[in-house]
Write a protein that binds this ligand. Structure first.
Ligand code: AMP
Ligand code: MG
Length: 270
């Protein structure tokens, strides 16, 4: 089941990609109530594997979340990642680089946020912003942002070689559902604090982001660090799809709890 899911939403390496060909509202024939039960089951299996990952302390998992404003990156962190032991999960939200970050190369802050051995790192936005934003906003020349594909492929390959599994999700929300969610945020006094005027500016250049995302995923989806385009118009199926793919990744890592130490045999705690 998870294998089928992964194939369905996987971005093929190096092939031209059209986001329009990926669904935004596919719920895979699931219904909301049973999906909730299935999500709880999936999260508890994730948590079991994460416990073994911490015990083994040899591998790391890096989960990259990208997507437009209101595509559900924060919701996913809240509903899916919180099922794991927070002692072994580090969530990093990348904002517009500021202060010391601006005084370093763009990968500096990312490298510092990579999960240690035994840990899961969740990135809410990532180094991919350093291609997308400069490109659509013309902040640097074309050569500068386009050579970053190569930097990022090499960086991720290095992480993988050194024991980190890397999986990347693009939460694929439609133009109309984004409109509804941004409007709801503004209208609801409980959520209007989340409104950021730049969300509306970015919405106006939707097609520029669409092209930039398509190129980013074509250039950086590789078997060692794949991209998945997850339908994100429906929150409960979005959460379940991502959770199942993460569980599959953890199971493939197959972390091993260290064997009991023979010298412990016969010790009695008094
Ligand atoms: P949000 O995640 O929507 O709360 O806001 C974060 C904002 O920071 C978004 O508008 C991102 O596009 C922006 N951002 C994150 N990383 C970068 C970056 N490396 N360069 C430029 N903008 C960035
Ligand atoms: Mg925003």
């Amino acid at each position: 089941m998870a294998d089928k899911l992964m194939r369905k939403f996987l971005v093929a390496a190096g092939k031209p990609l059209s986001l329009a060909s990926f669904p935004t509202d596919d719920t895979l024939g699931w219904d909301k109530d049973s999906a909730k039960g299935e999500l709880a089951k999936t999260i508890s299996l994730m948590s079991f594997e994460q416990h073994r990952l911490m015990a083994e302390a040899k591998q790391s998992l890096l989960i990259v979340l990208q997507g437009r404003d209101a595509s559900g990156k924060d919701g996913l962190v809240r509903h899916v990642m919180t099922g794991m032991n927070p002692a072994g999960v580090q969530v990093t939200s990348f904002k517009v680089p500021a202060g010391t970050e601006r005084m370093h190369d763009y990968l500096w802050r990312c490298h510092a946020a990579c999960p240690a051995k035994g840990e899961v790192g969740v990135w809410n936005r990532s180094h991919y912003e350093d291609i997308l934003v400069p490109r659509v906003k013309n902040l640097v020349d074309d050569e500068t942002w386009s050579r970053r594909y190569r930097h990022i492929r090499d960086f991720e390959h290095m992480l993988v070689d050194e024991g980190t599994k890397v999986i990347k999700f693009y939460l694929h929300v439609s133009h109309e559902v984004q409109r509804q969610r941004l409007q709801k945020r503004i209208d609801n006094p409980e959520s209007s604090w989340k409104h950021d005027p730049s969300d509306l500016t970015d919405r106006r250049i939707w097609p520029l982001y669409e092209n930039a995302y398509e190129d980013v995923m074509r250039e950086t989806s590789r078997p060692y660090a794949p991209w998945y385009v997850v339908p994100a118009d429906v929150k409960w199926s979005r959460d379940l799809i991502v959770a199942k793919i993460i569980l599959n990744a953890l199971q493939a890592m197959d972390p091993q709890v260290p064997a009991p130490d023979d010298s412990l045999k016969g010790i009695t705690v008094e």
